[in-house]
Design a protein around this ligand. Structure first.
Ligand SMILES: Nc1ncnc2c1ncn2[C@@H]1O[C@H](COP(=O)(O)OP(=O)(O)OP(=O)(O)O)[C@@H](O)[C@H]1O
Length: 291
């Protein structure tokens, strides 16, 4: 099972620079994290992968065939979880899933079975008859995840699946994704670096529409190796220090403050200790000049 992006470019009408530029990638079963700052091109890329938007050049292929020519048969193997928008406040959770199943063209018997299966797997069976207007953000995200899985897709594209949920829900949703990934190609776009650090087989980094890396989390972490340091400063120095340097973390202990900085060269004149990079450090290192 392979999804291939072959030199995919998207230039929106009236724009001078492409939103996505010569993007090449090969995805097989497992979770991929798509990470990049605002405006990097993540949504544009996902729209092309879900056949909602045609590339200006290049092609997206499933099992070697352009998805544009597969049409309906590609949509049968595709699951998509969009960002939360107006979600029919008067619908119950169960009715929403029935409605989505109808849009996907599932028959009644399959719909009945899959709806109950997924309500249970995302822990919403107790709340299935409540209206979406009464759902919390996390419950809505779990329901959106369930709808993306109704047709048992082979390719699952998730746009910010943990947006706006509390840490407990985030861990819950993240674990669900890791569990169901097994035999699927899962692409997860997010700003939340811990989500993908925990479950991604590979991380794809995108900046200015271009792929800057695709590698397992450990290899991505190595990109900031030797550049992460913590410095001991005094409380009264903190504000000026933050104005002068890109601080990724501030830790206080009985001896004062440790500030964490990602930077090629060490600063002189301050007590210092080397630190192991986190994905957040890599993000800051690569995207610090991006918006
Ligand atoms: N329909 C459109 N017409 C013209 N330009 C667009 C359109 N959609 C997006 N863009 C531009 O393309 C670039 C990439 O946008 P895109 O939404 O794909 O980025 P993103 O990584 O998803 O950002 P975010 O994290 O903010 O959602 C941006 O410069 C954006 O302004």
């Amino acid at each position: 099972m392979t999804l291939t992006l072959d030199e995919v470019t998207k230039l929106y009408p009236g724009r001078k620079t492409p939103a996505v530029r010569s993007f090449t990638s090969e995805l097989t079963a497992g979770v991929y994290g798509l990470l990049g700052p605002n405006g990097a091109g993540k949504s544009t890329l996902m729209k092309m992968m879900t056949d909602q938007l045609k590339p200006s050049a290049g092609a997206v292929r499933y099992e070697g065939r352009p998805i544009a020519s597969l049409g309906k048969s590609y949509r049968h193997v595709l699951g998509y979880m969009p960002q939360q928008q107006g979600m029919y406040a008067d619908f119950t959770g169960r009715r929403f899933l029935w409605y989505m199943a109808a849009l996907k063209g599932l028959d009644r018997k399959t719909t009945a079975a899959r709806t109950e299966e997924w309500l249970q797997r995302v822990n919403l069976e107790q709340d299935a008859d409540r209206k979406l207007g009464d759902y919390s953000g996390g419950m809505k995200q779990r329901l959106l995840l369930a709808q993306s899985l109704l047709n048992d897709p082979k390719v699952l594209i998730l746009d910010e699946p943990t947006a706006g949920v509390d840490p407990k829900e985030r861990i819950r949703i993240r674990n669900m994704i890791a569990t169901l990934a097994g035999d699927k190609i899962v692409l997860l776009a997010t700003h939340v670096v811990e989500d993908i650090e925990a479950i991604a087989k590979e991380i794809i980094l995108i900046r200015g529409g271009e792929k800057i890396a695709q590698a397992p989390p450990q290899a991505v972490l190595a990109m900031a190796e030797g550049r992460v340091r913590e410095y001991r400063i005094r409380e009264e120095e903190l504000q000026a220090f933050q104005e002068a340097h890109r601080v990724s973390q501030i830790k206080r202990d009985s001896g004062g403050i440790w500030v964490r900085v990602v930077q090629d060269e060490p600063l002189s004149g301050l007590p210092m200790r080397e630190a192991a990079p986190s994905l957040e450090d890599v993000y800051l290192h690569l995207f610090q000049d991006a918006t």
